[in-house]
Design a binder for this molecule. Structure first.
Ligand code: NAP
Ligand code: ZN
Ligand code: ZN
Length: 346
């Protein structure tokens, strides 16, 4: 199927209009018209090769929503007209213990990314969501609740699940103090989910102007981390800290705000390694952990939770010709709180 989108033709270049063929529909595949596609900071990291060598031409985009328009002969989960979502991976080995346990994002052979790689067992480059049509195995797509606005759902497919998963794993609930570092695309979903799960939420942000938004989203406190002593009054305070910051950062002052047995979860993926003093971890049996998106069952659970609680992302809907500007604004922390591309504009 002829598909129109936007691509990066070489590292760090601007995105330009790009046409390509989607694969033919297989028996277990669904085809769908993309309606909206979110812009994740990971798209920018990869388009600019901030994580190492990448594959070009690259059509980024792994926050994809649309409506099913084609059904393979063996499809059982989807019908024509269903609202569908696709996230950060399009396939995995399906055999390993993680795939069998619904943790496809941690597939022992490696998940097949939605872009910046090849389709599984194929020489065909996988092209992502900045485009107007998609084909995927039905087992790697999820259903979108009917009561939610599709443009505001798109970011849930990466930003949403990436914060929902650690909040569930570390049991955010009433009585727990959760801090979210960085109020961007991921961070703002973390605030909404942590508040919906009943935890007490604090935002740790270097953008003072975001304070009223943070409170509106459910945070009870906002701390401006640009003030040098911001952590002094917060020593041994939080049960859980979710670090969504996309830039290199010194973690020491953040770790000092963790309670005994508290955990700081690394979610943001800047280029450089972190350095940590052993003493800061020892004192209070503190942990640093990591978390990456979520598997297919949890992705569906998160969307259903959003349907029940009426949770969506705060979005700025743009046309394709604004993508390059949206990248600049995202890097400058000037996004309220996710850019979403209207696929009609491709
Ligand atoms: P984003 O919308 O750009 O948000 C990042 C936020 O980090 C900014 O809004 C800003 O919040 C804060 N920040 C940025 N530069 C900073 C600096 N120099 N110092 C302090 N804070 C700074 O990005 P995103 O899409 O949410 O993604 C965040 C990170 O998570 C990226 O590195 C992305 O690749 C990664 N990611 C990881 C996963 C995963 O599975 N673990 C999934 C998706 C994305 P304030 O203005 O509030 O300070
Ligand atoms: Zn992402
Ligand atoms: Zn696997």
């Amino acid at each position: 199927m002829k598909t129109k989108g936007y691509a990066v033709l070489q590292a760090k270049a601007d995105l330009v209009p790009f046409e390509f063929e989607r694969r033919k529909l297989g028996g277990y595949d669904i085809g769908f018209e993309i309606q909206y596609s979110g812009i994740c900071h990971s798209d920018i990291h990869q388009a600019r090769e901030e994580w190492g060598a990448a594959l070009f031409p690259m059509v980024p985009g792994h926050e994809i929503v649309g409506v099913v328009t084609a059904i393979g002969a063996k499809v059982s989960k989807f019908s024509m007209g269903d609202r569908v979502g696709v996230g950060v991976f399009i396939d995995s080995c399906r055999q390993c213990e993680n795939c069998k346990g619904g943790l496809q994002q941690y597939c022992l052979e490696g998940m097949t990314g939605t872009y910046n790689g090849y389709e599984r067992n194929s020489e065909q480059i996988a092209f992502g969501g900045y485009s107007n049509y998609f084909v995927i195995d039905e087992n790697y797509a999820v259903k979108v609740p009917n009561n939610l606005d599709l443009s505001a759902v798109a970011p849930l497919l990466c930003a949403g699940i990436t914060l929902y998963s650690p909040l569930r794993h570390w049991q955010a609930q009433p009585g727990k103090r959760v801090a979210v570092m960085g109020l961007g695309g991921l961070g703002h979903m973390g605030v909404k989910f942590a508040a919906a799960l009943g935890a007490e939420v604090t935002v740790l942000s270097h953008s003072k102007a975001k304070e009223s938004d943070a409170k509106r989203m459910g945070a009870s406190a906002f701390v401006d981390t640009k003030s040098p002593d911001w952590h002094k009054g917060l020593q041994k305070n939080f049960d859980l800290i979710l670090n969504t910051v996309s830039a290199d950062l010194d973690l020491e002052s953040y770790l000092s705000t963790l309670k005994t047995n508290g955990t700081l979860v690394v979610i943001g993926l800047p280029g450089k390694p972190y350095s940590v003093n052993a003493g800061t971890l020892l004192n209070g049996r503190r942990s640093i952990s990591g978390s990456m998106i979520g598997g297919i069952p949890e992705l569906q659970e998160m969307l259903d939770f959003c349907g029940e609680h009426n949770i969506v992302s705060d979005v700025e809907v743009i046309t394709a010709d604004y993508i390059n500007k949206a990248y600049e604004r995202t890097v400058a922390s000037d996004v309220r709180y996710r850019f979403v591309i209207d696929a009609k504009s491709f």
